[in-house]
Design a protein around this ligand. Structure first.
Ligand code: PMP
Length: 330
């Protein structure tokens, strides 16, 4: 019989898919690492598993313990699934701007979600940061993974994502492109690929315009999960050879093209990373193999990126090659 013992064994080993349409005119091969095939639907399952296993090994997380993390998104889902399978409790803290759909997903997996007001200073006792710190102090057996500073975040990519890409491309990968949020993906995967290739693989970060990684101050942008207004320790700037800044508009238009042309319903940071990958591929030849990592699925963004009204409100539909369809007022 061929079956998996638990959802945990389904983490990682995601497929590589060649992009065929958005790459027209390019000579290099562009391959996408499609991370929505992970059981929680995103790349974050990898770090959730590794951070929890390391905390078990160090004794920071004991049987029956509680995982407390300020997160509303993909990391929460990954932690919730692994915690549930291993018998830990989860308490996630998120700001009240987070959609009820995201909160309901976490609750569906059995996590407790504490919602904090967005409109207070970080120093306020009810702020997102202070509430999670207080819960860690007050709940017996509580442990906070802290994906921004936890070395097991980049380590999970060094141990899984990097080796998978090297094997899947039979060592022919020449460029690796990924969005940068905590920096765990690019630092861990990039470091492995540089080491195994003797420094030949070029590592390129994609970043929303305005974020610190591409020289900004952290000005607001709408792409979720990437860009920062501070430098997390999970990010190792020595690994990255280049950072490409991408606008929200270009990111979202590419995200829609990936669904329409490649059959890939993915999130906005995926569109952003693909724009970066295509820029990298522009000057390359037929022997070059560019791999771009796509962190999550588009299901969480249906009311934004895949909603014409939302896109039009921000002016993101202009010059998108939008053709008239039934129901359009002509
Ligand atoms: N895209 C999405 C949707 C994410 O949730 C994240 C994680 N914050 C990233 C990209 C960036 O990954 P990393 O944190 O490893 O830099």
């Amino acid at each position: 019989m061929r079956y998996h013992d638990s959802m945990i064994s389904l983490v990682g080993n995601t497929p590589l898919l060649r992009l065929n349409s958005v790459t027209k005119g390019l000579r290099a091969t562009v391959l996408a690492k499609v991370e929505y095939f992970n059981p929680g639907g995103s790349v974050k399952d990898r770090i959730a598993l590794r951070m929890i296993e390391a905390a078990e090994e160090s004794g920071a997380l004991q049987p029956g313990g509680t995982i407390v993390e300020p997160t509303s998104g993909n990391t929460g889902v990954g932690l919730a699934i692994v915690a549930q399978q291993k018998g830990y409790k989860c308490v996630f803290v998120c700001p009240d701007k987070v959609s009820t759909d995201k909160i309901n997903v976490l609750r569906a997996y059995g996590a407790e979600v504490v919602v904090c007001p967005t409109a207070v200073d970080p120093e306020h006792p009810d702020s997102y940061y202070n509430v999670s710190d207080r819960l860690v102090r007050e709940i017996p057996g509580a442990w906070k993974p802290d994906q921004y500073s936890n070395p097991n975040n980049p380590r999970s990519h060094y141990e899984t994502t990097g080796p998978e890409l090297w094997e899947q491309t039979e060592g022919r990968i020449t460029h690796f492109v990924a969005g940068v949020g905590t920096g765990g993906t690019i630092s861990g995967t990039g470091r492995y690929l540089k080491e195994v290739s003797g420094g030949k693989v070029r590592v390129v970060g994609a970043d929303p315009e305005g974020s610190v990684y591409s020289g900004g101050s952290g000005r607001p942008y709408l792409v979720e999960g990437v860009g920062e207004d501070f430098w997390p320790t999970a990010y190792d700037p020595k690994v990255t050879d280049e950072i490409v800044a991408v606008s929200d508009k270009d990111s979202f238009q590419m995200t829609r093209r990936l669904a329409k042309e490649e059959g890939l319903l993915v999130g906005g940071s995926c569109g952003m990373a693909v724009v970066g990958a295509l820029k990298v591929a522009e000057g390359l030849g037929p022997d070059d193999v560019v791999v771009v990592l796509l962190p999550d699925s588009g299901r969480g963004y249906l009311s934004k990126i895949f909603n014409d009204e939302w896109m039009a409100d921000y002016g993101f539909l202009e010059d998108a090659g939008h053709s008239a369809s039934v129901g359009d007022v002509l």
